[in-house]
Design a protein around this ligand. Sequence first.
Ligand SMILES: NC(=O)c1ccc[n+]([C@@H]2O[C@H](COP(=O)([O-])OP(=O)(O)OC[C@H]3O[C@@H](n4cnc5c(N)ncnc54)[C@H](O)[C@@H]3O)[C@@H](O)[C@H]2O)c1
Length: 307
Amino acid sequence: MIKILLLENVDKITLELLPKNKYSIEYIDHALKKEDLMQKIVNVDIIGIRSKTKLTSEVLKNALSLKLIACFCIGTNQVDLEYCKNNNIQVINSPHPSGRSVAELVISQIISLARCIPVHMNNSNNNIWNKTSKNSFEVRGKTLGIIGYGNVGSQLSTLAEAMGMRVVFYDINPVMGLGNSEKCFNMAELLRVSDFVSIHVPETELTIGLIGQKELSLMKKNSYLLNLSRGSVLDLGHLRNAIDSGHIAGCALDVYPNEPKSNNSNWTNIMQGARNTILTPHIGGSTIEAQKKIAIDIVEKIRNIME
Ligand SMILES: NC(=O)c1ccc[n+]([C@@H]2O[C@H](COP(=O)([O-])OP(=O)(O)OC[C@H]3O[C@@H](n4cnc5c(N)ncnc54)[C@H](O)[C@@H]3O)[C@@H](O)[C@H]2O)c1
């Protein structure tokens, strides 16, 4: 029997898809404290985690039978990959199934920003009735600039065109545009022509600080910025200045340089209270559908490796 420890409430379809005659499964719906994890990990062949479980070399040294770490999420930052490489432990993750969920959230935010929904909600919650069409627009006919035309960016492109938006994109790799989308040959060109700019790049040496003061100044006056990729790609101090000065008409952020490690943490951010601004706690990929698709993807990978 292959012993597998599943932590952090991974989608329960995992239990149905792993055959009972081959896998002995322990399922725990939360992350374990370090001491408990170090005990539980001793005899297992596989451990399934999400982002809260930190598999440091200190923890992994106790894993005497471990062959595979299955990250039921996009990233593998929570795992000491160097230790795994040196000790023949494979690490798998599932980077793509949540793409559609992110793209749908971006669409909702584009419309919300164009209609000043954060401002209207703020007024309504503060007993102010302010029915106005000032600064409110349809998105049809507006230009969406997508930076990073991979899994999320390309799905967003299709959804945005279905709403009548013109889509332009910039990617460092030679990717083909879907539908009627048009490629920009540099990022500056995209920033100059877009009414909405949405960032969908991975965190790499090239993308850290990708959008700073200079890039924001290239954006059209009264345009909007959305970042649901990684917190490090955007300079929030300069974004706050650009919103406060009225150059940028609004923004939607789902990712931050300072994301708390656990829920219900106290969290402050320079963008809090900014005008026409939507702040969400890294929920782009957090839908029931995405979690299920991630589990199906991971189980397929586990079975391919172990059987
Ligand atoms: N908010 C969330 O919950 C959530 C969920 C899923 C993904 N993400 C993040 O969204 C981002 C995109 O995810 P994805 O699945 O589409 O990734 P992907 O790898 O499929 O696509 C990324 C694209 O960015 C391009 N790229 C890389 N560096 C670039 C640069 N300097 N300039 C322009 N283009 C560049 C790549 O060539 C690629 O086409 C990632 O950072 C991912 O971590 C966030």
